[in-house]
Design a protein around this ligand. Structure first.
Ligand code: SF4
Ligand code: SF4
Length: 311
């Protein structure tokens, strides 16, 4: 079965907040402030302990790499600065040679974490995505490879092409009435009949116009942010490769405000263990406000597992 997730139905605190902030900016802002401050206080010391453990011994490699092979999205999500109305990037496709270099390095380091072919984009806009994912799979048979897509370009045939090489496909079906788009409905019905790719595809019902976190103060429909005390784990765990090879600070830095290296010019390990990343991590531990883009960002990153694991 393909799981269809509707988080707005949850009768939990989180579910109520999600509903409250969906469309009402005033009520939403109040609810958001309460919930962010609560989470910030709850997780601050947990996150710090988690980072302390990571730092004991050799600082470990990233546990998640995001690769953006095309820096474009056809979506219109009002909470996302990469939406087709507000994206200010020059259109760019990743050079194939660069992808091969990344793949070679991941293989050599026997990378065990997640490899995601998405960042601030719609991966299926890049027609080469099928070959890229296949190439990654053939080179790293046990790798955890996933894609988050808005599903607009998907159909049954494309799912058959991509799924043999993916570990997981997440489809965000954006519709304010929470209705499935026709192509997604057909896909779900088909694979629920055939029982193929069971548990490997998830469809999330999402609202295009909802108000969410401010994503490094860049969400077009929500600039307001609060000063969080807890450090953000992303620079300790994620490596984000933009289509031009630049490594941005995190998945929310769509427009590369903070560039920490370039995957075409340095190795991934050099960048990850390099001075620029180290400086960002030191500042993050002292006070996230020391990093301009993080100062008003209301992302909080509860640790989810053993800091010494990398898968
Ligand atoms: S959230 Fe995803 S689908 Fe929506 S505009 Fe941003 S990148 Fe596109
Ligand atoms: S706090 Fe900084 S590193 Fe973390 S998500 Fe926000 S902008 Fe990115």
């Amino acid at each position: 079965m393909i799981e269809i997730v509707n988080d707005y139905k949850k009768a939990s605190f989180g579910g109520s907040i999600k509903n409250a902030i969906s469309f009402s900016s005033k009520l939403g802002e109040m609810a958001m402030r309460v919930s962010r401050n609560k989470l910030d206080a709850r997780y601050d010391s947990q996150i710090r302990k988690h980072i302390e453990k990571m730092n004991s011994g050799k600082f470990r490699i990233f546990r998640h790499i995001y690769i953006e092979t095309i820096n474009r999205c056809n979506g219109g999500c009002r909470f996302c600065h990469a939406n087709r109305f507000t994206d200010k990037r020059e259109m760019e496709l990743m050079d194939e040679g660069l992808l091969e270099k990344i793949l070679k390095e991941l293989k050599e380091m026997e990378f065990k974490g997640w490899i995601s072919f998405h960042r601030n984009n719609e991966p299926f806009l890049d027609k080469r995505i099928f070959d890229f994912v296949k190439m990654m799979r053939e080179s790293m048979p046990d790798a955890l490879i996933n894609i988050h897509s808005n599903g607009t370009l998907l159909n049954i045939e494309k799912i058959y092409r991509i799924m043999p090489h993916l570990s997981f496909l997440n489809i965000n079906n954006y519709n304010d009435k929470l209705e499935l788009h026709d192509n997604i409905r057909e896909t779900v019905e088909h694979f629920n009949r055939t029982n193929e790719f069971d548990g490997l595809i998830k469809v999330c019902l999402r609202k295009e116009n909802e108000i969410l976190l401010n994503r490094a103060s860049s969400a077009p429909n929500r600039k307001m942010g609060y000063t969080m005390k807890s450090p953000c784990l992303y620079p300790f765990e994620q490596l984000n490769v933009c289509s031009n090879g630049n490594i941005s600070i995190c998945c929310n830095d769509a427009f590369e405000d903070v560039v920490l290296g370039n995957a075409g010019e340095q190795t991934l390990e050099e960048i990850w263990h390099g001075e620029k990343f180290k400086d960002i991590r030191d500042k993050m531990l002292m006070d996230r406000n020391l990093i301009k883009i993080c100062g008003k960002c209301d992302i909080i990153t509860p640790p989810t597992r053993n800091p010494n694991e990398n898968d």
